[in-house]
Design a protein around this ligand. Structure first.
Ligand code: C2E
Ligand code: MG
Ligand code: MG
Length: 736
């Protein structure tokens, strides 16, 4: 009984042990059942199509390596997930614990941190091929310098182990690799053949050639750090890899290599179809440009048509009021120095012509009048326009007396006889009012106002019934004619020798000797007779023509000086320089320098007179010009000192050699005694400042004596000599 109880007790203990053991073992079995389906994260590079790449449809990582690994891992009981490697290369990725294994490794390398690595059995044999720029014969593999992607650093290590003599350079990207190849930095590029089959589809790489002879293969393994867990994973994976058959491998490889994976990007299209694209783009651009031009031309044509409609009178073809205004404004802007008149012309009793001879006859008359007028006008600087009905305005250049007579003969006469010549007994009468433009009209151009003034004159003519034309401002007409006769005649006068250079001797009163002379111009005008500078210098200055005259005078003086030099009679002459000659765009010193060189003169033979007022107007530039002239050896004289509003202060500022005191201005008006005081003091001052001085306009012995008394011996004036023609001047010099 006791034994039975003992047996019962032992049984209970055994059951307890079994229960405890089963409690311990069952979960262990359960755990081992979970291991069969454990997760495995495989890090892979995704830029190695078709070995590893992202499927653009599913956005999942796929490729030969992925499919083979998935087969092996599943076989080994792993639920495998692929994760793109973010690291620069596989060796770096090995140190990242978020991947369980890394692919692909050719052999067991060490991680970047130097940790030993364990690799799986070979999943497949990967062919590696060399690619060169164009086909060429390569040296032995051990003597090669090859380029590889730096993401293949682990592979490079394997290659290096296989071919220790091979030099390997790593590049970040495939374009960098290709660039190094093309520039000859490396002999060839090395990469997985499957990847090449993808990469070389890029049109820009069509010059790269595969070197089939230089092919070798590398293992394609998965690897991880050599730790107990790592060894466990690898060992399980190896079981799966062992189970992979060659048929499976080939099927996977064929599946991915036969797919059309390469997709053209923009640069590929550009490379492949660049020429065609350029031609197409060029064609499009040409088409756009041509169309634009055509549109612009049509718009211009329309604008021109519109302008014509607005600016021209359809009946006569001359300007309309609008067109005339515009044209007149333009002409006055561009010809500010030309004397102009504006006439307003009207046919007397035009209504009667229309009523009795017919509207058509009236139109004919207007057309005839305009065609005659147009023939008589210069298209360049004159204009005619129809203001309204039978009223026409003409802007005309004043050329002189002849003008009116010519207009009468060529236009007015035939228009007056228009109907008579047709056998009708009617004489046309034209009334013209003329407004002569004043300088203000050029500054403040108001064509309508000018037409109004001409219309006032026309009204007077129409009312008086005594003449056919009248002036709004007759005194301006005389002035305008005169200006025109001076301006228009100048070029011909210079050519014809109508402009002469006269000389007025300058003397030393003490020694009674001629010490020099001043060149003064005279104009023997074809129409106006002898003209003195006063008559035309100002006009030429206003018209911007004084430089033409002065150049002529200076050259003539140099010719005379040269002739006298040749005759052994060296003289010096003072020439006048207008304030308008000295401008920033004209190098006056160089002009004189060229002249004396051309005529073989010395600079001291030319004295250059610049009027005092010029210095007041533009002191800075005048002073620098004076300094330049003096540095070239010319004598510079300040002309007409005392005539302007100059300050004595200028004597200090302006670096001239001689002051020409204009006695005439000082003595012609006011208190003679006071003038004497002024002249005496100015003379003293000039002497004390160390400048030379000459008095001009000396007319009496009293003036000459007075000047001598106060210390001024150099004189020029009618008391001694008047300006005289060159022959007379030469004779005078011979006599004394
Ligand atoms: P200017 O340079 O002061 O010339 C002196 C003027 O005074 C000359 O008048 C001369 O004939 C006149 N004259 C000389 N002695 C006497 C006198 O005792 N009494 C009076 N009442 N007058 C006298 P002209 O020749 O009529 O020249 C007048 C101005 O015209 C000159 O004054 C000068 O400024 C300018 N001129 C003359 N020829 C030219 C030239 O070729 N070019 C330039 N730009 N201006 C010139
Ligand atoms: Mg002078
Ligand atoms: Mg003078």
């Amino acid at each position: 009984m006791g034994e039975k109880r003992m047996m019962k007790g032992r049984m209970k203990l055994l059951l307890c042990v079994i229960a405890v053991l089963s409690l311990m073992v069952i979960p262990a079995f359960a755990a081992s059942g979970e291991m069969t389906d454990s997760a495995l994260t495989v890090g892979v590079p995704v830029d190695r199509c078709p070995v590893f790449y992202i499927n653009s449809d599913t956005n999942e990582i796929t490729g030969i390596g992925v499919d083979l690994m998935r087969l092996a891992a599943n076989d080994a009981g792993y639920n495998v997930t692929f994760k793109p490697i973010e690291e620069k290369n596989l060796k770096d990725a090995l140190d990242n614990p978020s991947y369980d294994v890394i692919m692909p490794l050719g052999s067991s390398v060490s991680s970047t941190r130097g940790e030993p690595v364990i690799v799986s059995d070979n999943i497949m044999q990967t062919p590696f091929t060399l690619v060169t720029a164009g086909s060429r014969t390569l040296p032995a593999l051990n003597d090669l310098h090859v380029g590889m992607l730096s993401s293949l650093a682990a592979g490079a290590e394997t290659v290096n182990r296989l071919y220790p003599g091979m030099e390997i350079s790593l590049y970040e990207t495939m374009p960098d690799c290709v660039k190094a190849l093309r520039t000859g930095e490396v002999d060839a590029l090395l990469h997985n053949s499957y990847v090449w089959s993808y990469v070389l589809q890029k049109p820009a790489y069509s010059d790269l050639a595969v070197q089939p002879a230089a092919m070798f293969s590398m293992d394609f393994c998965a690897g991880t750090l050599d730790t107990p867990e790592g060894r466990e994973i690898i060992s399980r994976l190896n079981d799966g890899i062992k189970a992979l058959s060659d048929t499976q491998r080939q099927a996977v490889i064929l599946d991915h290599t036969s797919r059309k994976l390469y997709q053209y990007d923009f640069s590929d299209y550009l490379h492949k179809y660049g020429l065609v694209a350029c031609v197409v783009i060029l064609l499009i651009i040409t088409l756009v440009v041509v169309t634009q031009q055509r549109v612009r031309a049509i718009r211009k044509w329309h604008e021109e048509k519109m302008r014509q409609m607005l600016d021209y009178d359809p009946l006569t073809g001359v300007y309309s009021m609008n067109g005339f205004r515009k044209r007149a404004e333009l002409l006055l802007h561009t010809h500010p120095d030309t004397p102009y008149f504006l006439s307003y012309n009207n046919i007397r009793d035009f209504k009667f012509i229309n009523d009795s001879l017919g509207r058509e006859a009236g139109d004919e008359l207007l057309r005839f009048w305009m065609s005659r007028s147009l023939e008589n006008l210069s298209e360049d600087d004159e204009a005619i326009g129809r203001i309204d009905a039978d009223h026409f305005a003409v802007l005309r250049h004043i050329t002189g007396e002849e003008q009116m007579r010519n207009d009468e003969k060529n236009v007015l006469g035939p228009v007056q006889d228009f109907f008579i010549n047709q056998g009708k007994n009617y004489r046309v009468q034209i009334c013209s009012g003329i407004y002569v433009l004043t300088p203000t009209d050029f500054r403040n151009i108001d064509v309508d106002h000018m037409i109004d003034l001409a219309r006032v004159a026309e009204k007077r003519v129409r009312d008086s019934r005594t003449s056919s034309f009248g002036f709004y401002n007759p005194e301006q007409w005389d002035r305008g004619k005169r200006i025109a006769e001076i301006i228009n005649y100048l070029p011909a006068a210079i050519k014809a020798g109508d402009i002469q250079v006269w000389y007025q001797p300058q003397v030393n009163y003490e020694t009674k000797r001629i010490i020099g002379s001043e060149a003064l111009c005279r104009w023997d005008h074809t129409k106006l007779g002898w003209l003195y500078p006063f008559d035309f210098i100002g006009t030429l200055e206003e018209a911007g023509l004084i430089f033409d005259l002065d150049c002529f005078v200076w050259e003539r003086v140099c010719q005379d000086l040269h002739r006298w030099n040749e005759q052994g009679k060296r003289r010096s002459v003072s020439v006048n320089v207008s304030r308008d000659d000295i401008r920033e765009d004209r190098d006056i010193p160089a002009h004189f320098q060229n002249l004396i060189q051309a005529y073989n003169l010395t600079a001291d033979q030319l004295h250059i007179e610049i009027t005092e007022t010029a210095y007041v107007e533009n002191p800075g530039f005048l002073i620098s010009t004076t300094e330049k002239l003096r540095s070239l050896g010319f004598q510079v004289e300040m002309d007409d000192f005392g005539s302007g509003y100059s300050s004595l202060h200028m004597l200090k500022e302006v670096p001239v050699d001689r002051i020409k005191l204009d006695l005439h201005f000082l003595t012609s008006s006011g208190d003679f005694e006071k003038s004497r005081v002024i002249v005496r003091n100015i003379t003293r001052m000039i002497n004390e400042l160390g400048m030379n001085m000459i008095a001009e306009g000396v007319e009496t012995v009293a003036q000459a004596d007075f000047l001598q008394n106060i210390g001024c011996n150099e004189m020029q004036g009618y008391y001694f000599y008047k300006p005289m023609p060159v022959l007379e001047f030469e004779k005078l010099n011979e006599e004394i």
